[in-house]
Design a protein around this ligand. Structure first.
Ligand code: NAI
Length: 783
């Protein structure tokens, strides 16, 4: 045999990882498992089987959590909360550190158990899932230690309900539990029904670490158990990772319950290859993008966009590489692609792919095991942009591909999706990569790499991929709330028409302010606004759906504001302040008339409004992102981007200051707003039109629609071109607003209480965080 022949015929021998210890663990601790509640394991209740998807063999019996189980877990977490929250940062940090150490100690057992239960290649469980889970706890031990020093004025939210999927069972548990505990919360977590075992092993290490009982509770079961956690009145925050359909349902179900919510949902992430890319690296990247974990990855690079000139060459190289992927026994260390999680998932993928009638489907000619949930690596080319397989998440080892000609076309195709989780860009041209990255609608962008994750780097999506970030300081802040006392918002009733009204003077009907112009209310109705003493102050238009739609359209049209320099936005804010200052007396008189307050208070409100405009002029170019220090060759730039179009319902109690307190942070960060002023005292905001006109605010950046905040708010909440809804209006039905927002899964900030608008708590970071979205851009850097 020649050396050449040896190379040509050489193959990997089997290198199976032993499963004995893991199976022994199951046999000893199970084989039927109960929940982990209040520091101990409960007796198994009604159970279902969890199986090894590679063989179909039953591994263990898992308890289906009932409403009573969830009650018990939430009660345990609530009892544990006060003491855990009061511990010193250092004490909590030590527990997180102990958990990290124990995860490390039992790394092999965790990896094998994960592979058995989930079907992922042992190489991935061993080298990715488990080390990243450890890193998460180590990093969060640090965040716990530094919490008070770095995030003063914040406190934990309470009991966190956490529901996770089956694709990264231990890693998603780490992403959920580590920040919750570091912030000082307690948790009730439900693993996915297909993959509960590593969560139960984690429960055991919570015992080994001596974690106080009730701090971590694990309740197993299917979607019904998840629903009981999500809707339980005792959970203050819900963190969910899973499908967009369930995420939307959770948004609707929790509407009005006052829970904070973060959703990490599906994606259809583009993988863009420009013609100057290092093609072999891009091919290897693609293997990690779509065949990592059998493609069951929320941020999988599942949509290949390749520049036309290299497409044929690229597809040929790709097919050659796909033909060499080794599909088979996940416990074999030489395997690239393991088993899908369950026959249900296999059927779903098969159904989707078989229903496709377009393009060309190519399946890698690789040997598949005869039994078990295996699916061949598949490439589908020549689909139209609207084809279901180009738009829908397949969540399997199936890559769809199309071509583009120019960078602009690549961006257009990339963004042609309802999702916005991740994107990958391959090019050797630094200018091109950094030109394209900010234009992609995605929470994470990888440059010349893919599927990189780290505890220090925020992760999460935009659009229907959900909201909120996990990882780093940004992820920690999702588990904290301001500790300052706030007063409950109450509806303010406008002053009534007096028994003997003044003779009407000149008609002074304030119009709407849309696209930089005053516009009559579409419905043609207005209402009189009376002073406390019964003086007719003017009329305010009653806005309707059409007015809101016009305002949103104008706001969308003003997208150039997002690209204005921060310096320029700062200048505009200072200018608004300056022009308001020039008319301070007039505004003070108006506030006094409207609210019946003292002259001193009215003057103070105008002064505070000018001050606030200056604050956000100052912040405009200072709300920097950060560079996350990740242990992979490169850095992760956590960039702060504007959210987009924000609908804002202003408070009543300080009608000018309240409106300014919402408008100013929004526009400082590059958003456009549709502002609904106080219904009781609308004229303080409508007087702003002239100030805005004379302050170089581009038309459409600020739009003002007066009327009923409930009705206008509901229209804003349901509007698919509005990215966020903020409310500080008294008396609105939060449940209706939040439920209506589920359509495009917009970010909501519907408050039931408010800070003192004159105080320092009514400005700064909490507002700026709501006004920005973090985009994490991973770029190669250093050796
Ligand atoms: P799923 O979204 O139904 O399951 C995720 C978790 O939510 C599981 O723990 C499940 O028990 C729980 N759950 C289900 N219904 C619930 C409800 N009404 N209330 C509260 N919790 C509930 O995902 P599933 O059915 O396992 O997979 C279906 C599809 O979802 C996949 O094919 C994939 O397209 C997508 N998916 C996306 C994930 C991601 O990370 N983006 C993860 C898992 C699934």
């Amino acid at each position: 045999m020649t050396t050449r022949e040896i190379f040509d015929t050489m193959d990997y021998g089997p290198a199976p990882e032993g499963a004995t210890e893991a199976l022994d663990w199951i046999a000893t601790r199970g084989p039927a498992f109960g929940h982990f509640i209040d520091g101990g394991f409960t007796r198994p209740g009604e159970t279902f089987a969890t199986r090894n998807p590679a063989t179909g063999r039953e591994l263990a019996q898992i308890t289906q959590g009932t409403a009573a189980d969830v009650d018990a877990a939430v009660a345990a977490a609530s009892r544990a909360f006060p003491k855990w929250a009061k511990l010193s940062c250092h004490a909590r940090a030590k527990y997180l550190y102990a958990l990290a150490r124990l995860l490390q100690k039992h790394a092999r057992l965790f990896a094998v158990l994960e592979t058995l239960d989930n079907g992922k290649p042992i190489r991935e469980a061993r080298d990715i899932d488990v080390p990243l889970a450890q890193r998460h706890f180590y990093h969060h031990a640090g965040l716990a230690q530094l919490r008070d020093a770095e995030m003063p004025g914040m406190e934990p939210v309470g009991v966190c309900g956490q529901v996770i999927p089956w694709n990264f069972p231990l890693l998603m548990l780490a992403w959920k539990i580590a920040p919750a505990l570091a912030a000082g919360n307690t948790v009730v977590l439900k693993p996915a029904e297909y993959t509960s075992l590593t969560a139960l092993l984690f429960a055991q290490i919570c015992q080994e670490a001596g974690l106080p009982k009730g701090v971590v509770n694990i309740v197993t079961g299917d979607g019904r158990t998840g629903e009981a956690i999500v809707t339980h009145p005792g959970t203050a925050k819900i963190a969910f990772t899973g499908s967009t359909a369930v995420g939307r349902r959770i948004r609707e179900q929790t509407a009005g319950m006052g829970k904070s919510l973060t959703l990490e949902l599906g994606g259809k992430s583009p993988y863009i290859v420009f013609d100057d890319a290092d093609l072999d690296s891009a091919i290897e990247g693609l293997v990690d993008a779509i065949w990592f974990n059998q493609g069951q990855v929320c941020c999988a690079g599942s949509r290949l966009l390749v520049q036309e000139g290299i497409a044929e060459d690229f597809y040929a190289r790709l097919k050659a590489r796909m033909a060499k992927l080794r599909v088979g026994d996940p416990l074999d260390k030489c395997i690239d692609v393991g088993a899908l999680v369950d026959p249900v998932q296999h059927q779903a993928i098969t159904r989707m792919v078989d229903a496709n009638t377009e393009g060309e489907t190519w399946r890698a000619p690789v040997a598949l095991p005869e039994t078990g949930c295996f699916y061949p690596p598949t490439l589908i080319t020549g689909l139209s942009p609207a084809a279901p397989l180009m738009q829908e998440e397949i969540f399997g080892p199936v890559l769809v591909a199309t071509t583009f000609r120019t960078p602009a076309e690549a961006v257009e195709l990339a963004n042609n999706t309802r999702y916005g989780l991740a994107a990958t860009v391959w090019t050797e041209n630094l200018n091109l990569a950094l030109d394209v990255a900010p234009k992609l609608a995605a929470g994470v962008v990888w440059v010349n790499a893919t599927n990189l994750f780290d505890a220090a780097a925020p992760f999460g999506g935009v659009r229907e991929s959900g909201f909120g970030r996990e990882g780093g300081w940004e992820g920690l802040s999702a588990y904290l709330k301001p500790s300052a006392k706030r007063a409950a918002l109450k509806p303010v009733v406008p002053f009534p028409e007096p028994a003997t009204p003044d003779a009407p003077g000149l008609d002074r009907t304030a119009k709407m302010y849309v696209g930089g112009k005053q516009a009559r209310p579409d419905g043609g109705y207005s209402r009189p606004v009376w002073s406390k003493r019964g003086k007719l102050l003017g009329h305010a238009g009653i806005g309707n759906r059409k007015d809101i739609r016009n305002a949103v359209e104008a706001a969308r049209g003003a997208s150039g504001w997002a690209k204005a320099t921060a310096h320029n936005r700062a200048q505009v804010l200072y200018y608004i302040g300056e022009n308001l200052s020039a008319r301070a007396g007039e505004f003070a008189a108006r506030i006094r008339d409207l609210t019946g307050c003292t002259a001193a208070r009215a003057e103070a409100e105008v002064e505070a409004s000018i001050d606030r405009l200056f604050t956000y002029g100052a912040w405009a170019d200072k709300m920097d992102g950060r560079v996350a220090n990740v242990p992979i060759r490169g850095v992760a730039l956590a960039m702060r981007e504007p959210v987009g179009v924000i609908g804002a319902l202003a408070p009543d109690d300080a009608p000018l200051l309240g409106a300014v307190s919402l408008m100013a942070p929004a526009i400082a960060m590059g958003n456009r707003v549709v502002l609904v002023p106080s219904a009781a005292y609308p004229l303080a905001a409508t007087d702003l039109y002239q100030v805005l006109d004379t302050s170089d605010v581009p038309g459409g950046v600020v739009n003002i629609v007066t009327g009923d905040p409930q009705e206008l708010g509901a229209t804003l909440a349901a509007h698919l071109d509005v990215e966020a809804l903020w409310s500080f209006a008294g008396g609105v039905d939060a449940a209706k607003l939040e439920a209506a927002s589920a359509g495009n899964l917009k970010r909501t900030w519907v408050n039931r209480s408010a800070p003192d608008w004159f105080g320092a708590d009514a400005e700064g970071r909490p507002f700026l965080e709501q006004a920005t979205e973090v985009k994490t851009i991973w770029v190669p850097y250093g050796e």
